[in-house]
Every structure is written in structure tokens, then in C-alpha cells.
Design a protein around this ligand. Sequence first.
Ligand code: JFZ
Length: 606
Amino acid sequence: MKPNFLRDFFLSVMLFFIVVPDPAFCQTQKIKHAERVAWFTDARFGMFIHWGLYSGAEGLWKGEKHRHFNNYAEWIQYRNRIPREEYLKLQNRFQWEEIDPEAWVILAKKAGMKYITITAKHHDGFALWDTRVGDYGFTHHGGRDVIAELAGACKKHGLRLGLYYSHWVDWDHPYGWDHNQELLKNLTDDQFNTYWQEKVIPQLRELLTHYGDISILWFDMWLHHSETIVKRDQLEQVLHLVRELQPACLVNTRLGLHEVGDDGVDFETLGDNELGSVYKKFPWQTPGTIAHSWGYHAYDHRWKSQAQLLHELINNVSLNGNYMLNIGPRADGAVPHESILRLQNLGNWLAINGDAIYGCTGLELAPDGHYWGRFTYKFDKSQGLYKIFLHVFNWPLDGTLSFTGVKDAPLRIYPLSDKHRGALSFVHKGPLTEIEVPRLAPDPLVSVLVLEYKQEPQLIDAVVPKASFGGFSLKPGNARPKIMGDQWQKYDGTAPAHLLISKDQTLKWQVYIDKPGKRKFDLSYSSPKADRSRFAVKSGDQLLQGNFVRTGKVVVEPNQNFYADQFVETEVGEINFAEEGIYEIILDVKPGKGELIKFNWLWLQE
Ligand code: JFZ
């Protein structure tokens, strides 16, 4: 090519603009936390897969069961102190001609799951991909690259892929953590860092460069890093590596860093099988097993019921959380029949009711107030409507479903399963929507009703919801404002979750009374010692007063000689609610000197 100065000049000017990085440009390339997690909070439901050498042991080692009551199958090497060479022989049980990761993806898709997280490396240190960092992995022992196959299948079927990587614990590397190291060998920080730099970092680099988009890196350190041998710097090194190689990849709190947001990790992982109990504004997730063990365990019969699994998913979404349900395939890749049945049923339910799960969040109303079930919420862009979905676990026998907490009247209400969206009659007053429902539940597991609103529904969150069959249960747990400095007694199966009151205390609630008139109050309490203890129930200028009396003991379980405090219920009297509206109910408890009241509930009758 002949020299062409004009062309070269223009080219270099263009190159200048292309090559010289504009700081503002770089800024916009950084993905914000909110953008990164958007798909995740939409997806709500994912599959977890525990599969590795341990799957070949099936929960038994040379005829012996786990040497611990917690018989997680993936822990067998550690529990039963299996020598490396012996453990490696499990690879002979793998039937590679049968193993088909695409089948797992198809199963997940049919179950309505939107992503899969698989154990690329569990605590045993054994890799499911073709690692070149050492040779401890299936591809070096007669197997194939399962991660590559799974990544291809996920792409083909439109699911996202997450990888579990055990960073802290590695029972194979001489300097990896194995819970005994510190005591037995005095593992030093330098040695642990050797493991980190020569195994963890290069393996993560492999996983983040050779398998396309990785949507989640799921780490598993259940303690804060300060309680472990792992250093904050090491964790930040991992986080930077992920952000550098795959800026869109999500990282969970079990990395060991617990801050969620732009400067931290992306979502909180609760404890194993721990469900949400309060609404959280940031993304979070429950890892749940379908039975007890994570990896395949031949003698694990603790299958969660169909209803339980579905309730767990819905509960989490209603609190702005995700649910990742684990299965443990066998050494031929087969998924246990019990798991398949459950996943298929979940998929069937989601095929009809998915609109009430995907893209939904919760409402910031007090949790656990509606005993019939849970509710989820979304703005439906395509229809320009706000939707509240009532997930009814216990279909009302009296033909009325009460929903308390939204000020606005819905435009209409219909069962989500009804293709014709046949409108149900309802009455809306104050924060109460009362829906007339058919005698039979539309769905044997969970029926969903859709409430449509034109405007964003305004919440009245301080009102205690009307109970199924009517009435209001005013408990320490739903009192407003929140009670401070109290002593809680947890429900332990012998006594209810009560509040211990030894000095003057006032509890307040709000209730919405839709039908004016006189209503009775009942009080439930226990007081092993009460001679001068008094209470007052007030609303406006009306007052009911009474004395607590000493209550006795009761045998908890007829076959045991074990006595516990007896809780009694007693009538308190009537208060007249002259007109429809929201009322404040106040309970004053004044224990006598040295006396103790265990307050259980105040029941306002319908
Ligand atoms: C860990 C692993 O040890 C286990 O094998 C499995 O992979 C599971 C998903 O994660 O176990 C844990 C992790 C966290 C808690 C308990 C067990 N926790 O927070 O209570």
C-alpha cells in the first residue's frame, strides 16, 4: 500500500479517540450492583446440584455409615477419614456413557427454575472441570468436563449457570483448610496463602475464562472471615478477580464478606435450609435441600413434602428472597425418582402460577400475619397494572378470604388459574379487602388470587390482620410500636412464645373494625406468682381492668412426668366500637412487686 498521509492522519485521529481511554467511559463500563442482580431477583427460583466423587459413595463407606449424625453425603471423606487413594477409587463407579448434564438442565427448566448452581469443586477439592491446576479432577481420571457440558446445555436451553467453589475448605491440598489442620499440623498463614495462590486463584481464573458467562460464583464459608484462617485481603483478591474477568457475575455472602451492594458482594446466602422471616430490601437466597443430604445419599428418606417445597419458595419471594433447591444425582447422573416427582409438580404449578413468582417481590407488611398464606407483588409493565398475588395455602372454609394492609381498593380480583379471569366479588373498606371465594380451592397445593390496582397500592402496615374465621390475635410479636428491652421466650413446644413481664409494661396494637358494635376480649397468660398483678385493656376512653391470678402447672406430655407452666385464657369484658375505623388497643400490665407475668395473647372476638 502506498503511503497516504491524509488517510494516516485521519486514522490516527480516529485511533486516538478509540484507544485513549476516557475516564467517563470507563465509569459507565463498571456494572452497578442493581443492574447485576436484576436477572437474579426476577428469576427467584434456581437449581442447586451437589455432585462429585462422593456421589459414588452414596452415603456409605465400606459398609460403615457416617461417623456423625449429620450425614451429609458430600462429607463422607472427612467424616470417615478416607485416605486420598481410596477416595479416588470412587471414580470407578461413574458411568460416563450414562452421565448427561443436559438432562439436569432440561429437568430444571421443566421445574420452572431459571438458573443452576453446581459444585465445580466441593470441600474434597476434586474438580468437575478440566483443570490444569493439578490433576485432581474427573478429566484426569477417566471422566469428562462436566462444567463445559453443563455450560453448553444451559446456553442451549436459556438457563444461567452458577458455580459452587469451596475456597476456604479443601481436604486435598496439603495447605487447604480441613478443620483439623490448625490443631494437628499448625497450618500457618503463609502455608494457607500458598494454597490460595497456587490453587484457588488459578482455578477460579480457569472457571471464569473457559466456560462463557458465569452468572454466579457461589462460595461457601459460613463463618465471618475473621473467625477463620482466611484473610480479608485474600477474599478481596477473589472479588477483584471476579469483577475483572466477569463483571456481571454475582458473588454471595458466603465468600466471607458480608456487605451487599456496590462495594461488596451481590446477595446474602442464609443458613442451609434457613427460610426468610423478615422482608429485606437487598437480594438474598435460601439454599435448600430436597431431602436432608446435599449429595446423593441412598438412606436419606427425609424428603420434603410437595407443599413444603412450594411454601418455602413462596415464603421467600414474599420477603424479596430467592430459593435455590438442591438435588443430588447419582454416579450415573440419574436424579432420584422422589426428586423428579417433586420438581415436576413444582413445574406444573409454576406453569400456571409463575406470574406470581417471577419478577415479583414482597410487600413490606408485617410477616406471618395472614394464616392462610403469603402474598407477592409486582408492577406488570405490559398491562400498566400493579398486582398483588395472594398465595392461599389454607383455602377458607367460610367462603371469605380477608386481606389486611392495603388502603386502596383493587380494580378487580380473579384466580390466576382462571383463563377467563372470572372476577370474584369483594368488599373493600379501610385497609381490609374481603373476598368471596368459591367453595373449592382452585389448586390442591396453593391457589393464587390476583388483585389488580391502577396505582401503586398504599400500605397501612401497622394494622393487625383479621384472622381466618374472624377475630384478631394481639400478640407481643405484632404489637406496635415495637416493644423495647423485653425478654422473649421462644416457642419450645411446651409453652407458647410469650413475653416475660416483671415491671410495668404497655403494649399497643391497631385494628380495623369494619362492623361497629360491642366486642369481647380474651386474655391468655401464665403467672406462677401473681397476687397483686393487674392489667388494663383500653381503647379510646373505654377501659377494662382485672387481676391476674396464680396459674398452676400442667403435665406437658402424658407419657412423661414433666410439668410446665400452665397458660390460661380468661374473659376480660367488652368494648364498644361505635363506628367503622382503625382503633388503637392498649394493654397495660402492672405486675405486683417481685411478681412475674407471662403474656401470651389478647384475642379480640369478631
Ligand atoms: C455447607 C457445606 O459444608 C455442605 O456440604 C453443603 O455444600 C452446604 C450447601 O453448605 O454446609 C453448611 C453451610 C452453612 C451452614 C451450615 C452448613 N450454616 O450457615 O449454617
